[in-house]
Design a protein around this ligand. Structure first.
Ligand SMILES: [Zn+2]
Length: 277
């Protein structure tokens, strides 16, 4: 049986079987390591968490796995109508090799197709290679597929990505909804505000520009220690307050709908439909 047929059949069955947790391989790194997505709940309002984008920020993956455990053991409960998607290791080669970049020396968080993009960026005066062109890397392409799928399936998402170590919540860009989102996160955590951190090619900016999804980067306090408690609190607040619903209820009608070319043969899309209500 083809995997597509199997996925379709499983989708049908899922109308009757409620899967609490699903583990989906949404792509592979340059060196062939799987990139895994853990999906909990089946609601349309989705909190999407991506960690381990920079391989030398392993503490972010440790916290992501901790959150997965909390969801698995229902120490963090998911209310009806909501779901949580977690990618704990977005850059598995970098995490294996303890490098910021992927195995091709590309800073993945500069490889997204933002309105402004250059192939070199600077961090503390040092150049970062952003790739040959936007989405030149398998790891960033895999996240692109995920967000396109989430969009096409009609999820109402919010996106946070874990980094270290600026001890802050960084706005994805200066759009009003992002300022509101980041100040909401700051008001519900101990993280501070960082002003003047201009970037391009980063996942959070691309997600906001392309799909108008509220996005923010959570910078852990240190480069080594997980920030479990703060991020448990943030997730609980996102799940248990009306922030997400209010944002989507209030969003203006008639927004541009984006249809990617890869729509028909996107395996992530098929996989995500499983358990979708
Ligand atoms: Zn980072």
């Amino acid at each position: 049986m083809s995997k597509y047929l199997f996925a379709a059949l499983f989708t049908l069955l899922s109308l009757y079987c409620y899967a609490v947790e699903r583990e989906i391989i949404i792509g592979h790194s340059f060196e062939g390591r799987p990139i895994r997505l853990y999906k909990f709940g089946s609601g349309i309002q989705a909190v999407i968490i991506v960690a381990g984008v920079h391989g030398d920020e392993r503490n972010t993956s440790v916290t992501a796995y901790h959150i997965i455990d909390m969801l698995r053991t229902e120490k963090i409960a998911i209310p009806c109508g909501k779901s949580v998607f977690i990618i704990p290791e977005a850059n598995p080669d970098g995490l294996k090799n303890n490098t910021r970049t992927n195995a091709r020396n590309v800073d993945l968080n500069r490889n997204f197709d933002t309105k402004v993009w250059y192939n070199t960026a600077y961090l503390h005066g040092k150049p970062l290679y952003c790739g040959e062109h936007p989405f030149s890397e398998p790891e960033s392409k895999c996240l692109k597929n995920l967000f396109e799928s989430v969009h096409l399936l009609g999820f109402l998402p919010i996106f946070v990505t874990y980094h270290s170590q600026a001890n802050s919540i960084i706005d994805a860009n200066d759009m009003d909804f992002n300022k509101k989102f980041s100040s909401f996160l700051r008001n519900n955590s101990k993280y501070k505000q960082v002003i003047n951190y201009p970037t391009y090619g980063d996942a959070e900016k691309w997600v906001s520009e392309r799909f108008l999804i509220p996005s923010a980067s959570i910078e852990f306090k240190t480069k080594t220690e997980p920030d479990n408690e703060e991020n448990e609190k943030i997730l609980s607040v996102l799940l248990n307050t009306g922030f997400l619903k209010e944002f989507y209820d209030g969003r203006a009608a008639g927004l541009t709908c984006y249809f990617p070319n890869s729509f028909l043969l996107n395996e992530t899309l098929l996989e995500l439909k499983i358990g979708y209500k």
